[in-house]
Design a protein around this ligand. Structure first.
Ligand code: THU
Length: 160
């Protein structure tokens, strides 16, 4: 008799006023980072911000390329830069938002599968949850308390 696993994924759905001060700062930086996106092909501007354990904030944006697959999403641009510059500092929060170039309102950008995999790698490496705060529909926010909630059944180095 087959068994079925029910996977429970937790997501906090937050009004702007319900963000913590640190979350507010990180989301604000993600919004500013979207302005730096190099996205001449999609005109879809994505901003990411990382809060480190020492309170410092770093930003990233999507970087496109005429050879389309050579570009990189905002989340991985930010994560790789932080890992390169601060390899031993834990990441306390990743905030992501987006907007279309022609519009000023921020819209949801759910991280792609490759970005979730990269987030999962760094969460695993730091042995501590890496919460992810995403712009959600209707001006709300989604707070995932762990990357594992964004990417269940993750492939990790433990399998190698
Ligand atoms: N993009 C991101 O930067 N992050 C996401 O979470 C989704 C997609 C970028 C890649 C590309 O530059 C543009 O958005 C359109 O796909």
């Amino acid at each position: 008799m087959a068994t079925t696993l029910d996977i429970n994924i937790r997501v906090d759905v937050l009004e702007p006023a319900e963000l913590t001060e640190q979350e507010r700062r990180a989301m604000q930086l993600a919004r500013e980072a979207a302005n730096d996106a190099y996205a001449p092909y999609s005109n879809f501007l994505v901003g990411a911000a990382l809060l480190l354990e020492d309170g410092s904030l770093f930003k990233g944006s999507n970087q496109e390329n005429a050879a389309y697959p050579s570009g990189l999403c905002a989340e991985r641009t930010a994560l790789f830069a932080v890992s390169a510059h601060h390899p031993n500092k834990k990441i306390k929060l990743l905030a992501v938002t987006a907007r279309r170039r022609s519009e000023s309102n921020f819209i949801p950008a759910m991280p792609c599968g490759a970005c979730r995999q990269v987030m999962g790698e760094y969460e695993h490496k730091q042995q501590e949850n890496m919460p992810v705060l995403l712009q959600a529909p209707d001006g709300k926010f989604y707070r995932f308390r762990s990357v594992a909630d964004l990417l269940p059944f993750q492939f990790t180095k433990d399998s190698l």
